[in-house]
Design a protein around this ligand. Structure first.
Ligand code: SF4
Length: 69
């Protein structure tokens, strides 16, 4: 299932300062699959869009958890 953030997401739309070489794999895995497991989505759903760091990648779940607290 597609993540509802997909149209405006800087990761999905390649608008981050640097994109990992695994970006396409992550898009399939998270953005078009298990978006509930995405670090960006976790923060978005708990704290809202402004709280999501611009440079956070979907697999940085530990970072997300420490931001959510
Ligand atoms: S799964 Fe994460 S990276 Fe992908 S569109 Fe949703 S919020 Fe953005």
């Amino acid at each position: 299932m597609d993540c509802k953030c997909l149209p405006g997401c800087p990761f999905f739309n390649d608008r981050m300062d640097s994109m990992p070489s695994t970006a396409n794999i992550m898009k399939k895995k998270y953005c078009q699959g298990s978006f509930e497991s995405c670090a960006r989505f976790m923060i978005f759903s708990k704290l809202g869009k402004p709280a999501v760091p611009t440079d956070l990648f979907p697999n940085e779940v530990e970072k997300a958890k420490s931001i959510i607290g």
